[in-house]
Design a protein around this ligand. Sequence first.
Ligand code: ATP
Ligand code: MG
Length: 416
Amino acid sequence: MSRTLLSHFTILSNSSRLLSSTISRGRGRRQARVLNLVLPTLHVAAAGFRCNCTVSAPESEISGRSANLKKKRVVSGVQPTGSVHLGNYLGAIKNWVLLQDTYETLYFIADLHAITLPYDAPQLAEATRNTAAIYLACGVDTSKASVFVQSHVHAHLELMWLLCSDTPTGWLNRMIQFKEKSRKAGDENIGAALLTYPVLMAADILLYQSDFVPVGEDQMQHLELTRELAEKMNQLYGGRKWKKLGGKGGALFKVPEALIQPAGARVMSLTDGLSKMSKSAPSDMSRINLLDPKDVIANKIKRCKTDSPPGLEFDNPERPECNNLLSIYQLVTGRTKEEVALECQNMNWGTFKIVLTDALVNHLRPIQNRYEEIIADPAYLDQILSDGAAKAAELAESTLTNIYQAKGFLRRSSIV
Ligand code: ATP
Ligand code: MG
């Protein structure tokens, strides 16, 4: 298990500082390319944890050998906007299942993020439930991981506001997702939440003193903002300044690392190999949703964009669709890149599309069956979400108390 995990992810450590300016200048495809070229592969041995990267942690945690025995913490979430698709699954949820055996894991349904763009209010609660059921159907095990709804833990919003006052608007204005999504939505009409949601994302992560955040490449820039914000807050309010206000001193926030898996980090659209597969993309033909029936999957693959050169190959920049479809096939079959390259090198699109459809249908069928069972038992799901929120709220409270104290707030007296 530890070996699997070891080879599975790339950790973005302090090297991300080097990347951030490149990322902020880069866009879409260039961003992904730059990351692949520049990122050093650092290794984590999951059992008896070894990390070649520099993890900045609160001093209280660094001191004392017993802290080493504590499981590292991983936090992640998916927005209940539209249907969970193959990109969310291969880029995030499938990896969560691996991580839950080794780390203390918190997986939330990011409903507060789902309102950053216009949305359908009557659908939100149901989409939130369905997303939770998908987590479980994909193998998230609540005896190991806490699963909860973001808005059920009020500390996310409180911490966001406390971080907002120290987040320069310049940092937010340069976020690629803000630029792209606001352009698509029409600049005049966008809500302020689209600009500020990276601060909410920072709160989601920093609230739990997370060590690692598994993200697709589309979230790298937000993760880097989170890291910079954590460092800034530690500098502004931590250490001796916090001690003077009655705190324990040291760092207020752990500076989290990104966990990126090399394959699946960016699953591309079926209709455009240069755009990422997205819930918010207008055409449903651009994505495979995890709950798509067999005939829908077959139709989407049949009609997906391909090209004309003979044979199939990975990593040809002139053939982004080919690389994407082969990568999807590799991930759902669990084969190596070399095996897939060999198997498919002489295939034509007609043959490959049938093979890929079968692989997708076979991979998704057990997930879909489990999903139906889970969604049919609302009391079970409610209990899981309630237990998850209680556990998360308990962890969140101590960070929140510390930050209020360090920022100089008068706390409500416990004497009534
Ligand atoms: P939206 O279009 O509404 O932003 P989304 O499809 O980008 O939706 P999110 O809920 O924003 O999905 O992202 C949830 C997780 O899935 C994040 O960790 C993100 O990095 C990952 N993810 C999203 N799209 C992809 C993709 N195409 N490939 C790999 N990972 C992805
Ligand atoms: Mg997104």
